[in-house]
Design a protein around this ligand. Structure first.
Ligand code: F3S
Length: 286
């Protein structure tokens, strides 16, 4: 019985860095020190959030939650936050540890610089996603978020204005290209920066090629995680015997039957210990 575990299974670089930042602060903290907060849940994974909460980490969800906080450490998650939130945190005298993914931080810097030059910023992405909200908050007033073709068609500003286009890091590349093409035809002076991160694509490509080679495929991740759902769809197309589980408890090892090769991958917010537990148990059974 052979197990093929995807190299790209689980946390991407930015999420890993943010989660490790929280645990490092917890390790260094003693009882007399002020509390540790994260601005927004550090990751979309119930197990990890519960574990952090049990160790005393509190989640701040919006500026109102900051009202009565006068001391403590606030860790900014990989999605990043707006400039206004950054300023609010420092103005309150809180110690800020910025775990914004460097790839997202790069977008903040581009948007701030280009916006200061007077350019109109277009963010290709989902306007309700916290990463996009954060990016938007580094531009001046001239900023538009576009997520589909009809919004791109409708986009219309003063023709003399220069435009700078960036993308949400997890946006689909083909969709990004299509939207940029629509906007480019409008005749603006336009500069386009492809700021899509390759981590998601690499995880999907690897999952697909493993699923094609194995008898059964296990996809591990939170049921609400959209990137895990996508991974499951990709694997299911390539391998009929594909299982979607949140933890080892969901896996009925009898279901796997007599297979010779099993592939394992996991969504971006699945911790390594959950992946390892599944991997070890599959190995023991067979
Ligand atoms: Fe992850 Fe950072 Fe890319 S958070 S998906 S490595 S932009």
């Amino acid at each position: 019985m052979e197990i093929k575990r995807a190299r790209t299974a689980g946390f991407c670089f930015g999420v890993k860095r943010a989660v490790e930042t929280v645990y490092k602060q917890l390790e260094e903290k003693n009882d007399s020190q002020p509390p540790i907060y994260t601005y927004g849940p550090i990751i979309h994974n119930e197990e990890v959030i519960k574990d952090m909460e049990s160790k005393g980490v509190k989640v701040l969800r919006n500026p109102n939650d900051l009202e009565h906080i006068t001391e403590g450490i606030v860790i900014i998650r990989s999605h990043g936050v707006s400039e206004a939130i950054c300023n609010l945190l420092t103005d309150k005298g809180l110690r800020v540890i910025d775990a914004t993914c460097p790839y997202v931080k790069k977008i903040h810097n581009i948007v701030k610089k280009e916006s200061e030059k007077g350019k109109h910023i277009i963010i290709i992405g989902n306007p309700d996603h916290p990463e996009v909200e954060g990016i938007k908050g580094w531009a001046k007033e001239q900023v538009t978020v576009i997520q589909d073709a009809s919004e791109a068609e409708k986009f219309d500003i003063d023709n003399k204005k220069s435009i700078c286009v960036v993308a949400q890091t997890t946006f689909n590349y083909n969709k990004f290209k299509d939207l940029v093409e629509i906007i480019s035809k409008k005749g603006y002076d336009i500069s386009v920066l492809n700021t899509i991160c390759s981590a998601t694509k690499e995880r999907q490509t690897e999952a697909h090629s493993i699923a094609e080679e194995v008898d059964a495929m296990i996809v591990i991740g939170d049921k609400h995680s959209s990137n895990t759902q996508k991974l499951f769809e990709i694997c299911q197309k390539a391998c009929n015997d594909t299982y979607y589980i949140q933890t080892l408890d969901d896996l009925d090892l009898n279901q796997l039957g007599s297979v010779e090769t099993v592939g394992i991958t996991a969504g971006a917010s699945t911790p390594n210990n959950i992946i390892e537990e599944v991997q070890n148990n599959v190995r023991i059974i067979f």
